[in-house]
Design a protein around this ligand. Sequence first.
Ligand SMILES: Cc1cc2nc3c(=O)[nH]c(=O)nc-3n(C[C@H](O)[C@H](O)[C@H](O)COP(=O)(O)O)c2cc1C
Length: 198
Amino acid sequence: MKIIGISCSPRKGKTTRTSLDNCIRAITENFPEIQTEIIDLAGMDLRGCIACGHCMKDLECSQKDDFNDLIPILKDPGLGGLIIATPVYLGTMSSQCKAFLDRTVMFRRNGFLFRDIVGGVMAVGGVRNGGQEISIQHVQSAMLVHDMILVGDGKPGAHFGGTMWSGHPDGIEKDDPGLKTVESLGKRVAQVALKIHG
Ligand SMILES: Cc1cc2nc3c(=O)[nH]c(=O)nc-3n(C[C@H](O)[C@H](O)[C@H](O)COP(=O)(O)O)c2cc1C
């Protein structure tokens, strides 16, 4: 069984990616039986859905961009969990995150291939309360439309997911409360994914 993390910042190796790395590390350290993979959207040519309807018939997109490389990875029947990490942009997800989610409509149209995949979300803001929870809920809406199974960050916090603050004066790695939420999110996605897909 495999869990994939998607980093949805346009900036490579920055705070969204660091947050996702910490989440995925919590999975690899605690659940060695689970395979993990990170897909970084930074630098990818990833356009928004143009509603051409091409994917109504097949798991294919009419647009010739980097999303096509992601289709075989995402249609893996061994996929048990999907973790989305987005920066907060004006109180919601990044446009890269929205473009990615809209393009995944092909998996819904071709047999609900994300049904029962366990979904977890984290958001990284420059301000401690800059819209992380709202951004998480916006991504969770897309997951519900896919008929995925949503989890939050589980015990002991048990709220909406990973909430990171990149504005910490000593860097994001010092946002201890935030780091606890992303680690906890990773473990929760893994626990539930193992129950369902293990
Ligand atoms: C266009 C834009 C809008 C932003 N809006 C918000 C916001 O509403 N709330 C917030 O807390 N941070 C906001 N930020 C800050 C980013 O969320 C923050 O710097 C984040 O850590 C960036 O992730 P990255 O380092 O992976 O690129 C915004 C940044 C940009 C570029």
